[in-house]
Design a binder for this molecule. Structure first.
Ligand code: HSE
Length: 432
C-alpha cells in the first residue's frame, strides 16, 4: 500500500508533538495500518522561525491551498486553532475529499454539526478526540467503549488552568488573584486567561461531550456558565470544613429524556473520585445506567498528550481507508434536544450569608427555606471579626433551581441579613 500523505495546518506546540510522534512511532504506525505515514506539507504563519522540532524547510508553506488543494494529500491534521477562517479551510478540504483530524474544541463546539455533515456527505472522516481533555481518550470512550449503555450523567474537570488555580488556592490558602498571577508567570495560564477562568473553554468541551454522550445536538448557548474569578479562599476553607473540595465542574445530566448542561465552581464531596484530581490534570466522570460509575483521568493539554490523541485519530482514519469505510462512523444525534426548566434542575447548594448577630436571625432564614420545602444537610454558624456580625454557612438537601433562586431573593430581603457572600452547587452523590 502506498504511503499515506498528511498535510499539517499549524506547527505550534501541538503540531510539533504530532511530528515527533509520527517520526518516533513510524514502526508502530506501519504495523497497525500497513503503510508508511509521511508529512507532505505544513502550513505556518512564518517560514523562518525557531521551532520545537526540526523540519525540512521545503515542507513549509504559508499558503493553505498548497495543502487543501494538493490531490496527493489524504489527511489534514488541523492544529492551527481559530474559528471562521479555519472552518473555511476545513470545509474546502472536505469538499476536496480529504479526511480531517482536528484538536479544535472552539470550532467543534460551534460548528461541529456542520463540519460532520460535510464530512459524511463527502465520504470523509472527521475525528476530534484531542478537542476534549487532551490526551484522555474520552470521546472514543463514549462513542465506542460505552456504545451499548445509556449515559445519564457526565461531570468533567476539563480545564487544566482552573484546576491548577483552585488546587493551589486550596492547598496554600492563597487568594485567587495571587495564584492566577503566579500561574501566568509559570506559563500555566494564558496572558489573557478569560476563556479559561470564566468557564468558556470548559463550556465548549461540555458541549462536545453532551452532544456525544446524550446523542442530542447541544449548543454552546445551552450551557449555563459561571467561572472561578469570584471564588474566595474563605469559601474553599468553609467547604473543606464541611467535607468538600472546590472544583470547576462541567455537569451534563439527563433525566426523563430532558437534559441540563452547566459549568460552575462546585463543592464536590471529598469522597468523590473527582475531588482527588489535582493541579492541571483533567478527568471526566461518566455514569451509565448499566456500567455504573466510570472515570477517565489524565493530562488535558500539552504537546505530547494532545498529539497522542491526534495521531490515534489518524490511525483510525487510516484503518478506515484500508477497509474503505471512511465517512461512516459519525452517527447523527438520535434524540431531539429537550432542555430542563429551572423547576426540573435539582441539586444541593452551599450558601454563605453574613447576618447581624441578633436573636431570631436564624429562625428568619430557616422560615424562608421551610416555605419552599427545602431542608438543610449541614450548618455552620461562626462569629466574625466585624463587631455585631456573624456568618452562617449551610448546605441544603436537594432543591430545584427555581426554588433555590426564589429563596435567595427572599433571603436578601430579610432586614437582618447583611450580605449573601457566596453560593455554589454541591455534588457528590453519584447516581442522580
Ligand atoms: N486552556 C486549556 C486548559 C487547554 O487550561 O485546560 C486545553 O484545552
Amino acid at each position: 500500500m502506498k504511503a499515506i500523505s498528511i498535510g499539517l495546518l499549524g506547527l505550534g506546540t501541538v503540531g510539533s508533538g504530532v511530528i515527533k510522534i509520527i517520526e518516533n512511532h513510524q514502526d508502530k504506525l506501519m504495523h497497525q495500518v500497513g503503510c508508511p505515514v509521511t508529512i507532505k506539507k505544513i502550513l505556518v504563519k512564518q517560514l523562518d522561525k525557531e521551532r520545537a522540532v526540526r523540519v525540512d524547510p521545503s515542507l513549509l508553506t504559508t499558503n493553505p491551498n498548497d495543502i487543501i488543494e494538493d490531490p496527493e494529500i489524504d489527511v489534514i491534521i488541523e492544529v492551527m486553532g481559530g474559528i471562521e477562517e479555519t472552518r473555511e479551510h476545513l470545509l474546502n478540504a472536505l469538499n476536496n475529499k480529504k479526511h480531517i483530524v482536528t484538536a479544535n474544541k472552539d470550532l467543534m463546539a460551534l460548528y461541529g454539526s456542520q463540519l460532520l455533515t460535510a464530512a459524511s456527505e463527502n465520504g470523509c472522516d472527521l475525528f476530534y478526540e484531542a478537542s476534549v481533555a487532551g490526551g484522555i481518550p474520552i470521546l472514543r470512550g463514549l462513542v465506542d467503549g460505552l456504545a451499548s449503555d445509556r449515559i445519564t450523567k457526565m461531570m468533567g474537570i476539563v480545564n487544566g488552568t482552573t484546576n491548577f488555580i483552585l488546587t493551589k488556592m486550596s492547598k496554600e490558602g492563597l487568594p485567587y488573584e495571587e495564584v492566577l498571577a503566579e500561574a501566568q508567570a509559570l506559563g500555566f495560564a494564558e496572558s489573557d486567561p478569560t476563556a479559561d477562568v470564566e468557564g468558556l473553554d470548559a463550556a465548549r468541551k461540555m458541549t462536545i461531550l453532551a452532544t456525544l454522550g446524550f446523542s442530542m445536538k447541544i449548543d454552546l448557548d445551552d450551557v449555563k456558565v459561571t467561572g472561578i474569578s469570584s471564588v474566595t479562599e474563605e469559601d474553599i476553607e468553609y467547604g473543606r470544613q464541611l467535607g468538600y473540595a472546590m472544583k470547576l465542574i462541567g455537569i451534563a445530566q439527563r433525566e426523563d429524556e430532558k437534559v441540563e448542561v452547566s459549568v460552575q465552581p462546585t463543592l464536590i464531596a471529598a469522597s468523590h473520585p473527582l475531588a482527588s484530581v489535582q493541579n492541571e490534570y483533567n478527568a471526566v466522570y461518566v455514569y451509565g445506567e448499566a456500567v455504573g460509575e466510570t472515570m477517565f483521568y489524565g493530562p488535558g493539554a500539552g504537546s505530547m498528550p494532545t498529539a497522542t490523541a491526534i495521531v490515534s485519530d489518524l490511525v483510525g482514519v487510516m484503518k478506515n481507508m484500508r477497509l474503505g469505510v471512511n465517512g461512516r462512523s459519525s452517527v447523527t444525534p438520535q434524540y431531539q434536544k429537550k432542555l430542563k426548566e429551572p423547576s426540573e434542575m435539582y441539586s444541593k447548594y452551599f450558601l454563605r450569608i453574613q447576618v447581624k448577630d441578633e436573636v431570631g436571625v436564624f429562625a428568619d432564614i430557616t422560615s424562608v427555606f421551610s416555605k419552599h420545602n427545602v431542608s438543610f444537610e449541614k450548618i455552620l454558624q461562626l462569629p466574625i471579626e466585624e463587631k455585631g456580625l456573624a456568618e452562617i454557612v449551610l448546605v441544603t438537601h436537594r432543591a430545584s433551581l427555581q426554588d433555590y433562586n426564589d429563596i435567595l431573593v427572599e433571603i436578601r430581603d430579610i432586614e437582618t441579613v447583611k450580605e449573601l457572600k457566596s453560593s455554589y452547587r454541591v455534588e457528590g452523590s453519584a447516581k442522580i
